[in-house]
Design a protein around this ligand. Structure first.
Ligand code: MN
Length: 252
């Protein structure tokens, strides 16, 4: 994670907690207010994802027993790292100026690019988000009042949302992701996407801002769970980082 990313996050956390911008130091405001960066040109994503892989925000073993250390290490250093590497090749080959085009914007016009771009821009974005929205068991907290109210409104209850999400994750044939998205009208919905597609893509059947998502590729769970994808999905709720999701929701 770059210093600028850290500064921006510090800003978001500070502003979110304080509810006001006043009182922040000049250096933080300068970092946040630099309009030359693609991150700050993009105003629809709460935490724009850079093109390079960020450091994992915890140790490989931090999510045990839900997700084992070896799975995390291989997933992060091999699978996710490869998406980032292939994305770098694709943006180079297809002459995307990454200093000007935010990754979220590239995804929104992914139909104009190659299959390699689609698979790897999606793969990199999806995993970058996935690492952030998990945390050690015991640090998972609960949905905020604002998010809880929206969950009640759109699903009836948190349990009903989880059931719908679990069904989407279990029902995804082959490889893909399950998502809770915020649609254009502000409503929450559960959707799933194949392969490394996501709801930001213009080619996606279900469009919206991803609030959180679950990787149901076999590489995400097979070492520990083998064919038992439902057990992985159930265990995954014990490492969900509601603090991150609550903050993300407040920015959408
Ligand atoms: Mn994965």
């Amino acid at each position: 994670m770059s210093n600028q990313d850290l500064s921006r996050r510090a800003f978001i956390n500070t502003a979110g907690k304080a509810g006001v911008v006043a009182g922040l130091s000049g250096s933080v405001l300068t970092a946040f207010g630099n309009t030359d960066t693609p991150q700050n040109k993009h105003d629809t994503s709460p935490d724009p994802v850079p093109y390079k892989q960020r450091p994992l925000p915890y140790a490989y073993a931090a999510l045990e027993p839900a997700i084992d250390a070896m799975t995390m290490e291989i997933h992060y250093t091999k699978h996710a790292a490869t998406y980032a590497k292939n994305l770098a090749e694709a943006v180079d080959a297809e002459k995307v100026d990454i200093s000007k085009v935010a990754l979220e914007d590239l995804l929104a016009s992914i139909s104009k690019y190659s299959v390699k771009m689609r698979n790897n821009a999606g793969g990199h974005y999806n995993h970058s988000l996935f690492w952030e929205l998990m945390t050690s068991p015991g640090k998972t907290t609960v949905p905020s009042a604002a998010l809880s109210a929206s969950i009640q409104r759109d699903f009836g209850s948190l349990d009903a949302m989880k059931t719908k999400f679990n069904d989407a994750a279990k029902g995804r044939f082959g490889s893909g992701w399950a998502w809770v998205i915020v649609k254009k009208d502000g409503k929450l919905d559960v959707v799933s996407t194949p392969n490394q597609d996501n709801p930001l893509m213009d080619i996606s059947e279900s469009k919206g801002q991803p609030l959180f998502g679950l990787d149901v590729w076999e590489h995400a769970y097979y070492l520990k769970y083998q064919n038992k994808r439902p057990d992985y999905i159930t265990a995954w709720w014990s490492v969900i980082n509601w603090d991150y999701i609550n903050n993300r929701y407040s920015m959408l």
